[in-house]
Design a protein around this ligand. Sequence first.
Ligand code: BV8
Length: 264
Amino acid sequence: MSDGKDSFIPVNDGPSGPGQIRLTKTTKITTLSGAGLSAESGIPTFRGTDGMWHNEELMKIATPHGFLANPQRSWEFYNERRGNMAKCDPNPAHFALAAMESAGYDIVNVTQNIDGLLAVAGCKEILELHGSVWSIKCSNPACSSKPYENRDVPIVDIPLKCDVCGAVERPNVVFFEEMLDPSIVAKADVRTKETDVFLIIGTSGIVYPAAGFAQIAKAFGAYVIELNLEPTPLSMISDETITGPCGETLPKLLSTLTGGEVRL
Ligand code: BV8
């Protein structure tokens, strides 16, 4: 936690709905976002009715062994997602977060999303817990090659092969059963523990260690606000839950909490 009381001003006691605290320029704000942040941009979520992870086969593909067992099939899956994401633009929720940053608020966006839309909207302080679908890396952990950006849609000669060691290349995302990048986790951990206000935006809150950052924020005294279409396991630790599409609710919330300074 930073300097405590004067970093944000509770307007009244007890959760009574949005707009009861005021964000100042010394308030440390951190967001934890999931697929719901990009849903209104046209990117499907994972666990909604037509969600990808309901498809056993796709769930298997997004694991290290699943990828290596069938790199061709895996690349077809990621090519399709890259193709869809390339057609999608940031929505008002992404732009509201970028507007906070450009207005001089101290905000860091921790995201599970791999679509890169926060950066497209203009956010600079971003921690991509699960990597980026636009980054490619060699699948051989012993290889000296470095990840690189590739925005081709589609990537034609799949599966890509590493120029250095010849192994297949893969999307630089965190598959299930894979460790997250420890340097990114460490940055998110330090930030979460000093945060005054923690916004949980559009995540089902069931994937760990990502969802755990909400619990850490709460345990370290942050004021937690969840924005979602429906309750999640993180609702019970939230001081406020705001129901509705975040493309509408987030700009309204940030405008209220900044006394109208940040308005989309
Ligand atoms: C790890 C990148 C240590 C790839 C993703 C058994 C064996 C091994 C591991 C585990 C296990 N059991 C549990 C685990 C841990 C596992 C995990 O948490 N599993 C879950 C499913 C239970 N975690 C891991 O494996 C992590 N690594 O633990 O390493 C380890 C190592 C070895 C062995 C054991 C442990 C790695 C997790 C990262 C996986 N990678 N994606 C890719 O995308 O292709 S996960 C995937 O889920 C995405 O990253 C996604 O972001 C993430 C979370 O989902 P959400 O973003 O929340 O999306 P979802 O659809 O679920 O929800 C959307 C929400 O938005 C909903 O609530 C909806 O209501 C809301 N919404 C929709 N529209 C809107 C909205 N809200 C507001 N406005 C709207 N318009």
